[in-house]
Design a protein around this ligand. Structure first.
Ligand code: NAP
Ligand code: F7E
Length: 325
């Protein structure tokens, strides 16, 4: 019999990729979405006929419990969150409600409805924040630097706690930044690929950014969702770092993106704008995914250079097509 998976955050970047993977694996895929006055599900438009969409909200325990009760999933991928770090300073309480307590609500639904359901929690390298060790691995102590990072630390430990308290098959995937042409335009990589494409097509003259010296371990979202799925196929639940093991600065990303577009040096187009500088920064992240490699057999396939090229090309194609219509 086909397995059933419930995906919270199916309309987000990762939700769309995991839904595609699960459909390929023959799953019945159910996505939880929150009610909005306009139904824009851009990232899953191409598979909307193949997945079931149910309305529910991470803020609302009863909606989550009834969805779990009705759907009876074998696996739950908890990808929904307030995921934009700067918004966590302007909306810290809401971020805690979604990104921290939302995890407990899903785990409570599992505990009450069917404790055999397998659970994936989307934890984050933002938990390492002011890093205590280089590279960061599963045992590296956390030192979050934003309300988002703090909320994710809670989500991580409540996942571990429900595994240890109730024997739930609950896994925490500590993912480092992963990107794609479906990344939200407020995140730096997509802001750069979109901005570069606009400059190339004469739709913009400059690109305003914050801290160009921050370093991140950037991978491709399509590779990362494979690791999430693999975690729930193991004999035992555990926590894994998912990363490429290579780090680059925002400046490297900018430079490569301008080169891909054939615009030459970025310096005459990029302005540093203090509005995009954060109250507390995560200066450098680089992960050690040795455990995922050894236990899950997981390897990232897309390199940094391929990722930048993929994103810039996609934005150039999209904007050029839009201009023709
Ligand atoms: P994303 O594109 O921002 O998607 C977030 C999803 O959460 C959207 O589908 C959003 O729905 C949904 N959501 C937000 N609040 C909700 C609520 N109250 N109830 C129900 N759904 C809600 O994020 P992503 O990049 O795909 O990331 C997926 C998960 O991985 C997140 O938990 C993120 O924090 C975590 N993570 C991401 C990265 C990364 O680099 N991408 C790295 C580590 C961890 P709407 O469409 O309605 O807004
Ligand atoms: O920033 C710097 C900024 O917003 C990356 C989320 O998916 O990954 C993501 O969080 C870096 C930071 O991602 C701009 O200061 C410079 O150092 O793309 P970002 P993030 O904050 O690392 C983690 C793993 C998650 O879990 C999160 O959910 O880029 N930066 N100039 C800028 N950042 C933005 N957004 N905009 C700028 O103009």
């Amino acid at each position: 019999m086909a397995k059933t998976a419930l995906v919270t955050g199916i309309t987000g970047q990762d939700g769309s990729y995991i839904a595609e993977l699960l459909l390929r694996e023959g799953y019945r895929v159910v996505g939880m979405t929150r009610r909005t006055s306009t139904e824009v599900h851009e990232r899953i438009e191409h598979i909307v006929g193949d997945v079931e969409i149910i309305s529910g909200d991470l803020l609302d325990q009863s909606s989550i419990t009834s969805i779990v009760n009705d759907v009876r999933p074998d696996e739950i991928y908890n990808l929904a969150a307030q995921s934009f770090v700067p918004a966590s300073w302007s909306q810290p309480v809401l971020t805690g409600e979604f990104t921290a307590l939302g995890v407990t609500r899903v785990l409570e639904a599992i505990r009450h409805v069917e404790p055999a359901i397998r659970f994936y929690q989307a934890s984050s390298s933002e938990m390492f924040g002011k890093v205590q060790e280089v590279p960061q691995r599963e045992t590296t102590p956390f030192y979050p630097r934003s309300p988002y990072g703090v909320a994710k630390v809670y989500g991580h430990w409540i996942t571990v706690n429900y595994r240890e308290s109730y024997g739930i098959f609950a896994c925490s995937g500590i993912s480092f930044n992963h990107e794609s042409e479906r990344r939200g335009k407020e995140f730096v990589t997509r802001k750069i690929s979109d901005g570069v494409a606009r400059i190339k097509l004469g739709l913009a003259q400059e690109l305003r950014l914050g801290n160009l010296d921050a370093q991140r371990d950037w991978g491709y979202a399509g590779d990362y969702v494979r690791a999430m799925w693999l975690m729930l196929q193991q004999e035992r639940p555990d926590d894994y770092v998912i990363a490429t093991g290579r780090t680059h600065s925002v400046r490297d990303f900018v430079r490569t993106a301008f080169e891909v577009a054939g615009l030459g040096s970025y310096e005459k187009y990029v302005a540093v704008d203090p509005r995009f500088v954060r109250p507390a920064e995560v200066d450098m992240l680089v992960g050690d995914a040795g455990k995922a490699r050894a236990v899950l057999g997981w390897e990232p396939e897309v390199t940094f250079e391929q990722l930048v090229a993929m994103m810039v090309t996609a934005d150039l194609d999209r904007l050029a097509a839009h201009r023709r219509t």
